[in-house]
Design a protein. Sequence first.
Length: 370
Amino acid sequence: MSGPNTDYDPVEVTPLKADQVEEMREAALAAVAAAADLDALKQVRLDHAGDRSPLALANREIGALPPQARKEAGQRVGQARGAINQAIAAREAVLEAEHEERMLVEETVDVSLPTTRRRRGGRHPLTLQSDLIADLFVAMGYEVAEGPVVEAEWLNFDALNLGPDHPARTLQDTFWAEPPEHHIVLRTQTSPVQARTMLTRKPPIYVVCPGRVFRTDEYDATHSPMFHQVEGLVVDEGITMAHLKGTLDHFASQLFGDGITTRFRPSFFPFTEPSAEVDVRCFVCRGTGMDEEGAQSCRTCRGEGWIEWGGCGVVNPRVLIACGVDPDVYSGFAFGMGIDRSFMFRHDLEDLRPLFEGDVRFSSAFGTEI
Ligand code: DAH
């Protein structure tokens, strides 16, 4: 910067001349007006309003003018710089608004377009429940056995000591395949897998069999003509009811929580003797029958403290004989429960129909996994 110089001829400080300042101002305003976007305007600001712009440099020369000329030159430069700054601010506002508008248009998302993102598939909650049950038994050394859903009448009934006069054999309960003389049914229970297993393997037998079964039930909140059961069968030397009880207690605690045990109520099934109905201790009230505050009946077990779970017993020697197992050497136990029913009370579901209607929103709520 030049130092003060009283002899300096102001006419010679070219950048401070009125027409020069005017020119710089015109050039700046033209550049501002021509700035097509915010980046260009940024450059214009640097070039025409920055520290190294012609007017900023001219401003520095003011000190070199004789005192009487400084005021006028200062005003001239100041006004020009003010006008430029104003023009930049105004242009900036316009460009920003334009930019925003353009972004709104460019970034518009048409939510009605088909998506390329695919929903991940999920396994059905009942499949997960079946697998979980099978896994619990596999962990105890059992094998998973399977049988066909279209089954021979003999295996579904006769081999299991369900004689020809048994009420379950009437047309009311059973889907019969045509023609009737072929004696083919849709299995009404997973128990024929017991017979199939004993006919094809030698003891010791430890099998679990989850699967689909069919009965001519009306479809409503608690019945479906197709549902799922899990069957268990053990045949070995010295097997007693005590082994059965211990196994089911373990099964219950694994499925419903620590300390959840079972109780047996005497019952009758043709394929077991003795037979029992199995109840599982309510895992919500843990057997008290009361809700959390102790004010009302527990919703899950309806105040009973126990929930009906399935049937079980010591395999009837007649079944062992029908399936080629020597009852003098071997004994066994068997049990069967509804998988859908277990799922329903485990998840506080009042209506089983959503389990069969294939709405993925229902399945997702139960945390389906691939
Ligand atoms: N099959 C029986 C039913 O569908 C359930 C059952 C009861 C299975 C006792 C068994 C058993 O293995 O021992 O009702």
